[in-house]
Write a protein that binds this ligand. Structure first.
Ligand code: SF4
Length: 362
């Protein structure tokens, strides 16, 4: 057993060099011991309850051009959409009736007064329509502090703004230097969100071209230092219509990106026992059992997709996204069975707020 793993299992504090060793585990027994420790830590902190967040991909319109993303502004091969109020309310109603407890509204990154007002109006509309019983997470990119505040007052309680890579150089490598993608602005966004009183989430891609185990260890330390309340992270997956597709030869095999992602989840759970961690759809893209394996490594949130099936196919951040045709009620029933079979309970009707956030507030 590596020294770092035995230190970890004996609850000794983890330094960066230990994280690097643990992320680099190649022995299957050690890999499983690490994941098991992640699961035990979860059971002892947030419990074996999985919270549902109904995902509404409101629009695939985006003003930005991240090199890795399938809905980047420069990709003119996709049809752009913006859901109607009716579609949004139908999805919200599904979440409400099925006791999801929470919704996530995700968009490409748009800005300006019209977009700010659209989101504000939708937040109020959803709350009115669902008796104020659903908590809402926004994932709508970088905005001004004023807009974050406005949306908070309109009823959003959580905000997800992924850093994607906490190493500045790597961040700059995966984003164009066009004045619209600035590392410091992203960090300021996370700080502004905290000031506005949100439960703040971020996340990274795992297995990017040129990314090292040291970078990933730094990502974990970044979440810790930023005192983040929620994390959504998963393997980097390529999209053929993006500039980064050209570097696919530099990637680890998908199966290794997958295992590395599970170790990231387990280590993060051990480092930050009370945060919320999502089991990403990207895990399921590589392995059909990926979502439950993420849960068994320490994740406690899943986000069933409630976007109307016809538009879901137009919101492809990467290729081969799963469940594009699956009706939401079918996915929910399957999820219920799958999670029960691995000893987890779904937190029906519960908001599933980040306990870390309530500690932070106290
Ligand atoms: S990652 Fe987000 S901001 Fe970047 S291109 Fe994709 S949707 Fe737009």
């Amino acid at each position: 057993m590596t020294g770092a793993l035995s230190d970890l299992l004996n609850n000794k504090p983890l330094a960066k060099e230990h994280l690097v060793q643990l992320l680099g585990i190649t022995n299957q027994e050690e890999h499983e011991a690490l994941l098991h420790h992640g699961l035990n830590t979860k059971a002892a902190s947030v419990g074996r309850i999985v919270y549902l967040r109904g995902l509404i991909e409101l629009t695939n319109k985006c003003a930005k051009n991240c090199f890795y993303c399938g809905i980047r502004a420069g990709n003119d091969t996709i049809e752009r959409y913006f859901l109607s109020d009716e579609d949004v309310l139908q999805a919200a109603e599904f979440a409400y009736k099925n006791q999801f407890g929470s919704l996530v509204i995700q968009t490409g990154e748009l800005s300006g007064p019209i977009f700010a007002a659209q989101i504000e109006r939708l937040l109020k509309l959803i709350h009115r329509h669902t008796n104020n019983e659903l908590t809402i997470t926004l994932s709508c990119g970088e905005q001004s502090q004023e807009v974050y505040q406005r949306w908070k007052e309109a009823g959003a309680s959580r905000y997800l703004l992924r850093i994607e890579a906490s190493n500045r150089k790597l961040y700059e490598f995966i984003h164009p230097a066009d004045g619209n993608h600035d590392y410091d602005t992203r960090i300021k966004g996370l700080e502004d969100l905290k000031k506005c009183g949100y439960q703040v989430g971020t996340g990274v891609m795992i297995g990017l071209p040129g990314q090292t185990l040291e970078d990933l260890a730094d990502d974990l330390l970044f979440f810790f230092k930023m005192d983040i309340d929620m994390v959504g992270m998963g393997p980097y997956l390529e999209h053929a219509d993006t500039p980064m597709f050209d570097q696919r030869n530099l990637l680890l095999p998908a199966s290794e990106r997958f295992l590395l992602s599970l170790r990231m989840i387990a280590l993060l759970r051990i480092m930050m026992p009370y945060i919320n961690i999502a089991a990403s759809t990207a895990l399921e893209t590589i392995n059909p059992l990926g979502r439950q394996m993420g849960i068994l490594a320490g994740a406690n949130v899943v986000m069933p997709n409630l976007t109307p099936v016809t538009d879901r196919k137009k919101y492809l951040l990467y290729n081969n996204k799963p469940n594009l045709d699956k009706d939401a009620s079918l996915s929910t029933a399957t999820l219920n069975d799958v999670l029960s079979s691995i000893g987890e309970t779904i937190g029906y009707g519960r908001a599933g707020d980040s306990i870390h956030f309530s500690h932070r507030q106290a």
